[in-house]
Write a new protein. Sequence first.
Length: 266
Amino acid sequence: MTTTRPSGAALVGRLVVSSLLATIVAIAMLPVAAATGFRARRLYAAATTRLARAILRVWGVQLRVHPPGGFPQSQVVYISNHSSTIDLFALVALGLPNTRFFLSGFLQKFVPLAVLARLMGTFFTVPQSRPDDRRRIFSRACETLRRSGESVYLSPEGERVTTGEIGPFNKGAFHLATSLGTPIVPLYFVIPPEIDPGKGYDIGAGVVDIYIKPAIDTSAWRVGDVVRNKERVRELFAAWHRQARPVRRVGWPDTAGVQTVSAEVR
């Protein structure tokens, strides 16, 4: 397969265009947010979804969602594997219904991203080395979500895992789902190695397949079983990962019955 990653001037050009788009949208959204009392979170999220799709289009990345229209409308906790810089833009581009995100506080150093994420009601986390602060962040997030009935996304791996395997899972997502009593909806990402920048930014043009897996019922979960439950869910991801390896080598599945997320806002 021919590698389609940009380099040199093409890479710099796409980075500049992406940064300009994010900056323009962030600046444009501030007066809108002020005029709406910073309370129109869904409006800000819709604008950021359009931005994410535009940035993916700049890089030539297309998303295929299996099955189409498979996102639940009720409150759930979304989780996914996390191996690439592409993931963040792809997740926002999906337009998950009425969903907030957990993001690393480290990302706030990118000011346009920080502005848009805060307008969307993002929960910013701190490193695992600060367990007391993490517990307070998750506790406040749980109360917010219980009141609002919103869904939430967070990565149980915590950071991008570029080893080619599913990394260890943190407990946060499973504590949250247990406390809320809401189902977990796993999203499994398949990113061709030819376009995957890992922790870098040299994103190649191509197709990312996103599989919406069956919801996992957490209604009978107990806090004391969090470690066991997270390991059981991690094994599901590991099994999907093993199954996906032949697909990575030989090509992509048929596109019949698949929703394609591209330039159009759906």
